[in-house]
Design a protein around this ligand. Structure first.
Ligand code: EPS
Length: 346
């Protein structure tokens, strides 16, 4: 089974990921991983840390002559700003962050010990892993992309930019909604047979695991609640050229927890970053006296970057479901299995 683990603190030496279960024979382009890491660092509204870091992945295991061996792939992203031992203590938890719950849970004396691992810096690992998965999906012509839908309620590109400028001017932050699309996914990934085999539950878990995500939907999502069934279900057609198809895609490419061959369309909402330069009320965990929440260098808006991270998270889930269905030892065997399957269902 394809699985991965990540490790690393925001200001520790490095972020490390191990991706286990990739088939042998996949050509992996380190340049593409770095391109994806750069996309994660981009977008209007990012903070000063992004000027310090130039994230690059080093592949430490799992490849020979740039091809996967079927053994675990280790990806290392070094931190330039690794000052974890020298950083000042944090005593006033930020509302919205893991600070207070993590501090109480682990029995720390410094909130810094929570925020180092809770930091969204860990999403560089998600993107590195996802960039390898995307290269597998690419071999089967499955493409994943994302776009910002809205920021602070604004949908127009210029208005979005203005909203982010306004947030910066007000020493505030702003969140928003992004969409991820996966094209070329064959019918039949995931299953209704168990709750955790459903493709939609797995995508939801992967996207909800990104720090700051507060809601998730597939296809029409919450808007299903406003309509009659006859208005929203996607009628089924058949033609010799296309096989079975739909003219609409309200279900966002998933029915019964299984991909149905249409584009997979996911949306999620990222809350505004919880580090506010004009901080909210909080309580000092040492004195228990009211104080303003801690301020830290941070971003103003990361909705665009969150979309890039969500692409990677979705790529991992789709790669995992693909390998479940078509085998996971060798890329050429997988391609053959896909060919036979597509012929059967055509
Ligand atoms: C981030 C790195 C962090 C933050 C941000 C995302 O770096 P630093 O704390 O040194 O500025 O900029 O983290 C958060 C938004 C958060 O809530 O923790 C990154 O690499 O994406």
């Amino acid at each position: 089974m394809l699985r991965h683990l990540t490790a690393g603190e925001s200001h520790g030496r490095a972020l490390v990921s191990i991706l286990d279960g990739m088939p042998a024979g996949l050509k992996v382009d380190e340049g593409f991983i770095n391109h994806e890491l750069k996309r994660r660092q981009s977008g209007f509204g990012r903070g000063a840390r992004m000027k310090i870091e130039h994230d690059k992945a080093k592949i430490l295991s799992g490849l020979k002559n740039n091809r996967t061996l079927g053994s675990p792939i280790t990806l290392l992203v070094e931190n330039k700003d690794w000052s974890i031992e020298k950083l000042h203590k944090v005593m006033s938890p930020r509302p919205g962050h893991a600070d207070l719950a993590g501090f109480l849970k682990y029995g720390f004396s410094d909130i810094r010990e929570v925020l180092e691992r809770a930091s969204a810096r860990s999403t560089a690992s998600t993107v590195a892993v996802g960039a390898v998965c995307k290269q597998l999906l690419n071999e089967l012509k499955i493409k994943i992309s994302s776009r910002m839908v809205s920021v602070g309620g604004e949908m127009d590109e210029t208005e979005i930019k203005n909203k982010i400028i306004e947030a910066r001017t007000l020493n505030d932050t702003v969140g928003g909604i992004f969409e991820v699309q996966a094209k070329g996914v064959p019918v039949g990934l995931g299953s209704y047979v168990q709750p955790d085999s459903r493709l939609d539950s797995r995508l939801a878990a992967a996207i909800m695991s990104i720090p700051g995500i507060k809601s998730f939907e597939i296809g029409l999502g919450f808007r299903y609640g406003d309509k009659f069934g006859s208005e929203v279900h996607d009628p089924i057609y058949y033609s010799k050229q296309k096989g079975y198809f739909h003219k609409t895609n309200n279900c966002g490419g998933i029915e019964g927890g299984i991909s149905n061959g249409e584009d997979i369309i996911l949306r999620a909402c990222m809350k505004p970053i919880s580090t506010l330069m004009n901080p909210l009320d909080s309580v000092n965990v040492s004195t228990r006296k009211i104080s303003k929440a801690a301020t830290e260098r941070s971003d103003i808006c990361v909705v665009e970057a969150a979309g890039v991270v969500a692409e990677a998270a979705a790529a991992f889930v789709l790669a995992q479901a693909l390998l479940e269905k078509f085998g996971s030892d060798s890329l050429s065997d997988i391609k053959e299995a896909v060919k036979i399957y597509l012929k059967r269902i055509s």
